[in-house]
Design a protein around this ligand. Structure first.
Ligand SMILES: Cc1ncc(C[n+]2csc(CCOP(=O)(O)OP(=O)(O)O)c2C)c(N)n1
Ligand SMILES: [Mg+2]
Length: 375
């Protein structure tokens, strides 16, 4: 008996506005009305300013570490634009632009990176989880939220954002498997920015696309230009509709690029080719949308100047709000875990010393006094 083909697949790659400013009128029809394109561009510009300021805050010692979002703004913004206000956003750490569009005040992200957990106390009506730093874990959270929504017969869905590196985590595959097998309304948005810190995507995946990861789980999958806000809004809009209507998940691979270092603790020049960066600088999503607006006479240099001034003002105000919030106290790290604090922790809270490394707080009295500097 001859072998027969039991499965064939094709992966579509969607692009509407390319880097030369060419617009596919058929595919792009009614995806984003012109008035909204202007608003989205303005928003992206403010987010870019936020990114620059956050970077400088870290460099000047006013913030811990910070992962630049520069170059990836269109992915989360296009996605959030296409979703409903009560669809769950389950982000990683390069989705500031989409989170701010949903309504998260900018100081929340600043507080988080300043080491203040209150930056993660997201107002409930924003339907978003805190930025996930453990890679891939949030994908399972999105599946849980979608499952709960389905169980309660709600109309809302969940959208998880994660990087190319996250697709090598077990959590990613468990999330995809559950979502597909339980018919859950999840949109998985993979931000393939070419790198997982210093590991290039081709070392994470030997298949030609990351999108086809979804095939193995029997879900729809598509690739798109993640620096093209029209393509993002279109593919996420369609995936969201499928999730709402059929309770089926979709895997979206958004091709983008991390224009900055991994975080402020990294120096990409040590492992990344300058020529690659130069190529992607030309594909900057902001340049592309600005060209679109200019060609249609929807924006000009004087509006740009006013916008830059507004961006500086809004971001400076957010920094001021964040810095005016009194710093958390060190006892906070003990206070929110137990209804009744175990004795040992209560002692640690009171003395701020641990019992590790020969520092048992109960023995403090027995320790010899610290040598005096001025005998
Ligand atoms: C579970 C886990 N393992 C390792 C790390 C350390 N780590 C932080 S970011 C990162 C790379 C993530 O790459 P990718 O998913 O492509 O996201 P990107 O940073 O490119 O946006 C790693 C390995 C982590 N945060 N969590
Ligand atoms: Mg990556």
């Amino acid at each position: 008996m001859p072998a027969k083909i039991v499965f064939h697949a094709k992966i579509e790659s969607v692009s509407i506005l390319d880097e030369q400013g060419n617009f596919d009128a058929k595919l792009g029809k009614d995806v984003i009305p012109d008035t909204d394109v202007v608003r989205l561009y303005e928003h992206m510009t403010i987010c870019r300013q936020f990114d620059e300021v956050a970077f400088k805050l870290q460099r000047s010692g006013r913030m811990g570490t910070y992962p630049e979002n520069r170059g990836q703004e269109a992915v989360s913004l296009g996605a959030v634009y296409a979703l409903h206000p009560d669809d769950w956003l389950v982000p990683c750490y390069r989705e500031n632009c989409g989170l701010f569009w949903r309504g998260l005040p900018m100081e929340y992200i600043l507080l988080h990176w300043m080491g203040d957990e209150r930056g993660n106390e997201i107002p409930r009506d924003l339907y978003m989880t805190p930025q996930a730093i453990p890679i891939g874990t949030q994908m399972l959270h999105a599946v849980g939220l979608a499952w709960a929504g389905k169980y309660r017969k709600k109309d809302s869905i969940a959208c998880a954002f994660f990087g190319d590196g996250a697709t090598s985590e077990g959590d990613c595959h468990e999330a995809l498997n559950f979502a597909a097998n339980l018919d859950l309304p999840v949109v998985f948005v993979c931000q393939n920015n070419g790198w997982a810190i210093s590991v290039p995507t081709k070392m994470q995946c030997s298949a030609p696309t990351l999108a086809q990861r979804g095939l193995a789980y029997g879900m729809e999958c598509v690739q798109c230009d993640g620096n093209d806000i029209f393509a993002m809004a279109k593919v996420v809009g369609e995936a969201a509709e499928r999730a709402r209507r059929d309770h089926r998940p979709t895997f979206i691979e958004a091709l983008t690029y991390r224009l900055g270092d991994h975080t402020t603790a990294d120096d990409a020049r040590r492992y990344r080719d300058e020529a690659e960066l130069k190529k992607w600088l030309k594909r900057d999503p902001l340049i592309r949308i600005r060209t679109y607006l200019q060609q249609r006479k929807l924006f000009d240099d004087s509006r740009e100047k006013a916008l830059q001034a507004r961006a500086r003002e809004e971001v400076a105000a957010a920094v001021k709000r964040a810095e005016e919030i009194a710093a958390p106290t060190s006892s906070d790290m003990f206070d929110w875990l137990y209804a009744e604090m175990p004795g040992e922790l209560a002692t640690q809270r009171a003395t701020l010393r641990t019992s590790g490394l020969g520092q048992d707080p109960s023995q403090l009295q027995e320790q010899s006094p610290a040598p005096s500097r001025n005998p």
